[in-house]
Design a protein around this ligand. Structure first.
Ligand SMILES: *Cc1c(COP(=O)(O)O)cnc(C)c1O
Length: 356
């Protein structure tokens, strides 16, 4: 089955085979070496210097890393500005809410470009804001948010920038220095082509070493993971086999030319998807502005339900993805991450042609 959903993605045989390596206890030096090596490789994705940045891994899906990031860096006296224009931005606001973290949300329509003026107004008006959270690629609609712009605001107003990069890390440009990024949360099983089960946060060491932030969770306390992982340990059981696979996926990623090569490949595949749909008269959901390289949202053809389209292409060996919430009635999505190629997409559109 070819997976055109935004994670988990199809993986290569070498990554899948890594799952069958020997059993290993997470308290043994072999595990420690594996963990060190993966943490280092995660920094290498964007060539980050290890004296300034560190990666911290946890067992859980992407949401675990996002939630850990949101609750681990903001002191009791702090306040979070959440920028939302889709499901995942709104989810960050929900996280702040359940953890009792003071926050304000600049809420946009799903898919709308972030409104710099509105954001700046809030930053001007509310001097108590200390952190800004934003989604890089808002997978809800395929909108790529302008991190350069948000990063500049964070720099001008001296705020810490927290980024949900779950569906962009390793597939899109992420310029930590120039864009003033404090931390990015991501996962093994989207642009890195690993197996689901491990998520991670890449953060500035200053954030990870803070001691004025209350622990808001026992399991999702990133600073506790940081302390342990820095000395080769881990607070809780890691998903060892998934870590083997992530290590292999990261090797494969570097051998294939790193994020720029992957980005180029995704761009080509996304273009093929967009052209292929256009030829069938299917309209894109977002027509203007920055679009991601990893996923495209489309309007369902007139009179066709998502279920009909989904079931038809599934019989041909493809999984596409529904829109979320109300958008499910009018939208479907095609992601192009993972071990897929041009020929797969040709076959997808041949199958679609028969029904559209
Ligand atoms: C996929 C995704 C998540 C959540 O990931 P899970 O692995 O399902 O927990 C969070 N944010 C974005 C932007 C995503 O695309």
């Amino acid at each position: 089955m070819i997976l055109l959903n935004p994670g988990p993605v199809n993986v290569s045989d070498r990554v899948r085979d890594a799952l069958t390596r020997p059993d290993l206890c997470h308290r043994e030096p072999e595990f420690s070496a594996l963990q060190d090596s993966v943490r280092q490789k995660l920094l290498a994705v964007y060539a980050l210097p290890s004296d300034q940045y560190a990666s911290v891994m946890l067992t859980g899906s992407g949401t675990a890393a996002v939630e850990a990031m949101v609750i681990s860096f903001i002191p009791s006296s702090g306040k979070l500005l959440v920028l939302s224009n889709g499901v995942y931005g709104e989810r960050i606001a929900a996280m702040a809410k359940v953890h009792g973290i003071p926050f304000v949300e600049v809420k946009h329509e799903w898919g709308q470009e972030l409104d710099r003026h509105k954001i700046e107004e809030v930053l001007k008006r509310d001097g108590t804001i200390t952190h800004i959270a934003v989604i890089h690629h808002e997978t809800t609609t395929g909108r790529l948010n302008d991190l350069r712009m948000v990063g500049k605001l964070a720099r001008d107003y001296v705020k810490v920038l927290l980024v949900d990069g779950v569906s962009s890390f390793a597939g899109e440009e992420l310029n930590f220095e120039a864009w003033n990024i404090g931390a990015v949360a991501a996962t093994a099983n989207k642009c890195l082509h690993g197996i689901p089960g491990i998520s991670f946060v890449v953060a500035h060491r200053e954030l990870l070493a803070q001691n004025n932030v209350p622990a808001r969770s026992v399991y999702l306390n990133l600073r506790a993971y940081y302390r342990e992982q820095e000395r080769g340990s881990t607070p809780f059981t890691q998903t060892v086999q998934v870590l083997y696979a992530l290590d292999e996926a990261l090797k494969e990623f570097q051998e294939q030319g790193g994020w720029t090569a992957r980005h180029k490949r995704y761009r080509e595949l996304a273009e093929q998807v967009r052209k292929g749909a256009q030829q069938l008269g299917i309209r894109m959901y977002l027509e203007e502005g920055l679009l991601s390289s990893t996923l495209t949202a489309f309007r369902l053809p007139h009179g066709m339900s998502y279920q009909t389209l989904h079931d038809h292409v599934k019989r041909a060996g493809f999984v596409i993805y529904a829109g979320q919430g109300e958008a499910g009635k009018v939208m479907f999505r095609i992601a192009n991450m993972g071990e897929i190629d041009k020929g797969d997409l040709d076959r997808l559109f041949a199958a679609m042609q028969a029904i559209v």
